[in-house]
Design a protein around this ligand. Structure first.
Ligand code: SF4
Length: 523
């Protein structure tokens, strides 16, 4: 800092520490010196705190405590070893731990350390804990140690909302959103590189085992050994992920992507590089959220490693049925879910599916085909097992293939016919082998679905999808701040998603029931 900067700063300090200027009142001769409240920081203060009065009666923390108190939390108690009448440190009450996490997430606090700090001075957290200390290890372990119990809790919350008339299950909107994984993109390595690191990690663990007892004593040595073992386990599971990726890839993708282009994170092997709405590619998971339209309550949430949504509807429907005890009457999903298998599956389960017609989405847009030349413009002849196109040419059967879980038969026009055809720019602009058509094994189901989607009623229903389906994921990202998981791995990240959805649902109850109760009491 130069002299010209230091001088004004020093002048400022001097001015602050100066005695107040005497003030002369108009009409008086004597000078008045202002007197201020002294600040004494060298004293000890004991203060009586009325814990009950730390938050007012309408504070949301009271609503959360009341709501959680209505739930059956016995599954959270199964692991508790401290029992009445026996020695040992008492455990934290699951009602308190759940309320802390729900209130924490509602305030956008997802870090156990930050929450432990807030418990020391924030009135709402102090009210919840009764001014007791809850350390960050207990908070952190509680969040990820109760997978099954958490699923039951989610269903329990849903049951309360159903009893209160906030869930109808008449129409459920399905949506997928990408949430960033904890791993950095810089931790992604090729299989060759992971193999080399694994060799080093194995040697390191062997060396540690060979060390004398003296060297492995003590907490620091044990922690080092544990860390080395965990690294080896992570690298081994990264090796397995390569196999998983290979088996899940379609033949075309395998051809496009060379072996050395496939990479897996060495710190969080289950994370996948996915494309986000902003166009960026980041390590992520695909969060599938099912939302009941009546009061925008989440009825199912799960995490997947798949970048696309097309195979996620079956799992979403199963989760909704498990949580709510029954299937929804109707599911509305965007074009990413529109495929023959989903149409077949929903028909089989008795759930009406509203999605854009599969043909329109996947064939026409992708291949630049005019809507007037969709497969409906081609006439099928069962006797010859062939199609006739709008130019009266024949598309012959050329073979059968399996796409996903559905078989389909391929029909193709001759190259000569299409090259000479005046409709080629609208019918097959990019095809060099002549226009082809697919006939699915459940083609009649797909056709009747496409016909239904042409009706005004289906179009109007589909228009309502965005508003309901996208609201919870936007809320979870904006209010809870869950743009990136704070815990690593598919299982733990999945649990964090359930915590976030649980918080969202309880917030909906507070908004629609708790606040209404107070508003009515005031009038
Ligand atoms: S481009 Fe080929 S398939 Fe299409 S209308 Fe013409 S001849 Fe028929």
């Amino acid at each position: 800092m130069g002299d010209e900067q230091i001088l004004p700063a020093l002048t400022g300090l001097i001015m602050e520490n100066q005695e107040p200027e005497p003030v002369t009142e108009p009409g008086h001769n004597h000078k008045r010196i202002p007197r201020f409240e002294p600040i004494n920081r060298e004293q000890m203060v004991m203060r009586a705190v009325d814990v009950e009065q730390l938050v007012d009666q309408e504070h949301p923390v009271r609503a959360i405590w009341e709501f959680v108190g209505r739930l059956d939390l016995s599954s959270f108690c199964e692991q508790i070893r401290a029992v009445e009448g026996e020695r040992g440190r008492p455990a934290h009450d699951p009602r308190l731990m759940i309320s802390l996490w729900v209130y924490g997430y509602a305030r956008g606090v997802g870090s156990a350390r930050e929450m432990a700090r807030l418990c020391e001075y924030d009135p709402a957290f102090q009210w919840l804990t009764g001014m007791k200390v809850v350390n960050h290890h207990s908070l952190s372990d509680f969040r990820v140690d109760h997978g099954e119990a958490l699923d039951k809790l989610f269903a329990e919350v849903l049951a309360v909302l159903m009893v209160e008339g906030l869930v109808g299950l008449e129409r459920v909107m399905q949506d997928g959103t990408k949430i960033e994984a904890r791993a950095s993109r810089h931790t992604f390595r090729t299989q060759k590189c992971i193999g080399e690191h694994l060799e080093v990690a194995r040697r390191h663990v062997e060396e540690m085992k060979a060390q004398s007892d003296e060297d492995t004593k003590g907490r620091a040595a044990k922690a080092r050994e544990r860390a080395a073992r965990h690294r080896q386990e992570r690298l081994e599971s990264a090796q397995k992920e390569f196999e998983k990726i290979r088996t899940s890839q379609s033949k075309e993708k395998k051809k496009k992507k060379k072996e050395e282009q496939v990479r897996v994170s060495e710190t969080e092997p289950e994370a996948r590089i996915m494309k986000h709405n902003d166009g960026g590619f980041r390590p992520s998971y695909n969060a599938q959220i099912s939302t009941d339209q009546l009061c925008t309550v989440i009825v199912g949430a799960g995490l997947s490693q798949a970048a696309g949504d097309s195979d996620e509807l079956e799992g979403a429907i199963d989760r909704t049925e498990r949580n709510a005890g029954k299937l929804p009457e109707q599911v509305v999903a965007d074009g990413a879910y529109a495929n023959a298998y989903n149409i077949h599956l929903m028909g089989e389960r008795g759930v009406e599916l509203i999605t854009p017609a599969a043909d329109t989405v996947f064939q026409l847009e992708k291949n630049g085909i005019d809507e007037a030349f969709s497969r409906h413009a081609f006439v099928y002849d069962e006797a010859t097992n062939s199609y006739t196109c709008p130019a009266d040419k024949t598309l012959k059967y050329v073979g059968k293939e399996k796409r996903g879980k559905i078989f389909r038969e391929r029909y193709r026009a001759s190259v000569a016919d299409c090259q000479a055809c005046p409709f080629k720019p609208q019918c097959c602009p990019s095809s060099k082998r002549g226009r082809s058509l697919m006939r699915l094994e459940n083609q009649s189901e797909v056709d009747s679905h496409a016909a239904k989607m042409q009706t005004e009623e289906a179009k109007q229903t589909y228009k309502q999808r965005g508003q309901t389906a996208e609201f919870p994921s936007a809320w979870i990202k904006e209010k809870i701040g869950l743009r990136r998981f704070r815990v690593g791995g598919l299982l733990k990240a999945g649990l964090e998603l359930v915590w976030a959805c649980l918080t969202y649902n309880i917030q909906q109850w507070i908004r629609l029931r708790w606040r209404t109760k107070w508003a009515q009491a005031k009038t």
